[in-house]
Design a protein around this ligand. Structure first.
Ligand code: 3BY
Ligand code: FES
Ligand code: FE
Length: 424
């Protein structure tokens, strides 16, 4: 593909590209980023172009569009996207933009349709994106074939749907294969969303992710979560106690017998997956640590599965337990505004009010999300000050943050330089 050379005349962001590359090349690896990364409008535009329009994003779960004609929508910055289940179960993703005059096509969050019909002048598309009908007055040389919906790359594994808005998405096969394997015991075709929440945080998306990548703040902030959560998830963690290591050894022997994967896997810095026990005797992230849903997920033999943690940068972290799972999606709305969507999943045959109480299921993470929102917002307010300067991350407690910022800096530089050859 031919690279187009950009200069200040034709690209209003050219100066911002140059200064961003410079800041990334000279940053201190174990320090937080310079202020513009967290609050500048041009840098936010670059984040959207270079990260959110080029990297694989977590969009939703396949169980949210279970049958033919089910669709869901989301916005990646200014880009409305629709994901739809077509014939034979195939999942398609498209730019949710009509090829007539550009109206947004699907306006609801989710729903079920026979065809995708534009609300403006009723151009009608097949579920695979082909234009079927464009009124009667488009002229005799009008060719329906030239006006299909623009596709977006989509991949699924273990019930997760990922999308990629670029022309040439980076490889992700190895991660997807492992994800499929780790989620096999959960039989993700037999899952439903029990309840969900969307909150808007007045903070840059990177502050939301940074906050999630460490538990240095957990003691001071998360009393409900600490009823169940261990603050680390790896026996190599410097904080791991002999008691934790013994618990891990015991649980791993159980999981081996039950053929439930647990080993720590990493795919670059983008993905990390591991199963870790919660506190001894605790089986779920509920207020009392007991199952929040009596019907267990998939083929799991008992509720004592610890938590399978799945990280996907730039926009998702997840916890899969024996009785339910919690999936998180982060979507930037502005330089200092971020949408965080949380979904609680249970077995599709679990009955609300009988097997689970949605209010009880969501109590811990509703509280935790709100606490994390406050932390991210206060972080943002301090960073906006003229007194802010990048500060040191703890390599013991905040290695996850260092890893995230490293991933971000690497992807930004690689993607920016591709667009801006003169900077190489
Ligand atoms: O549980 C989580 O998703 C993350 C990991 C560490 C702290 N935090 C609440
Ligand atoms: Fe969609 Fe006119 S803009 S039919
Ligand atoms: Fe937190």
């Amino acid at each position: 593909m031919e690279k187009h050379v950009l200069n200040t005349m034709e690209d209003p962001l050219a100066a911002a590209r140059e200064s961003t590359v410079e800041m990334l090349q000279t940053r201190k690896r174990t320090f937080s980023l310079p202020q513009p990364f967290y609050n500048d409008a041009r840098l936010f535009a670059l984040d959207m172009q270079e990260i959110f329009e080029k990297e694989w994003l977590f969009a939703g779960m396949t169980c949210e569009i279970p049958t033919k004609g089910n669709f869901m929508t989301l916005d990646v910055g200014d880009n409305p996207i629709v994901i739809v289940r077509g014939g034979e179960g195939t999942i398609h993703a498209f730019h949710n933009v009509c090829r007539h005059r550009g109206s947004r096509l699907c306006t609801k969050d989710k729903g079920k349709v026979a065809k995708l019909v534009c609300p403006y002048h009723q151009w009608t598309y097949e579920l695979d994106g082909r234009l079927l009908f464009a009124g009667s007055d488009m002229g005799s040389d009008f060719n329906l074939d030239q006006f299909g919906l623009k596709p977006v790359h989509v991949r699924t594994a273990g019930g997760f749907i990922f999308i990629n808005l670029s022309d040439e998405p980076p490889a992700m096969d190895e991660f997807l294969e492992t994800l499929e394997h780790y989620l096999e015991p959960y039989q993700m075709d037999n899952v439903k969303v029990a309840t969900e929440s969307s909150i808007v945080e007045q903070a840059n998306w990177k502050l939301v992710i940074e906050n999630n990548r460490e538990c240095y703040h957990c003691n001071g902030a998360h009393p409900e979560l600490l009823n169940s959560l261990q603050e680390f998830d790896d026996t190599d963690d410097p904080r791991a106690t002999p008691a934790y290591k013994a618990l891990v050894a015991r649980k791993q022997a159980d999981w081996d017998r039950e053929q439930v994967p647990y080993q720590l896997k990493r795919f670059g810095q983008r993905n990390r997956m591991t199963r870790t026990p919660m506190l001894d005797g605790i089986v779920s992230m509920t207020m009392d640590g007991k199952p929040g849903c009596d019907k267990l997920m998939g083929r799991l033999p008992n509720a004592d599965m610890g938590s399978l943690r799945i990280l996907h940068l730039p926009n998702s972290w997840n916890h899969f337990m024996g009785d339910h799972a919690i999936v998180f999606r982060v979507l930037p709305l502005g330089p200092q505004k971020t949408l965080v969507t949380t979904k609680w999943l249970v077995h599709k045959d679990a009955a609300e009010g009988v097997d689970y109480d949605p209010d009880q299921l969501r109590r811990v993470w509703d509280a935790t999300n709100d606490q994390d929102r406050q932390l991210a917002e206060e972080n943002q307010r301090g960073i906006n000050s003229k007194a802010y300067q990048p500060g040191p991350y703890s390599e013991t407690y905040e290695f996850g943050v260092i890893d995230f910022v490293d991933w971000y800096a690497t992807r930004m530089l690689e993607n920016l330089e591709y667009d801006t050859p003169s900077l190489q």
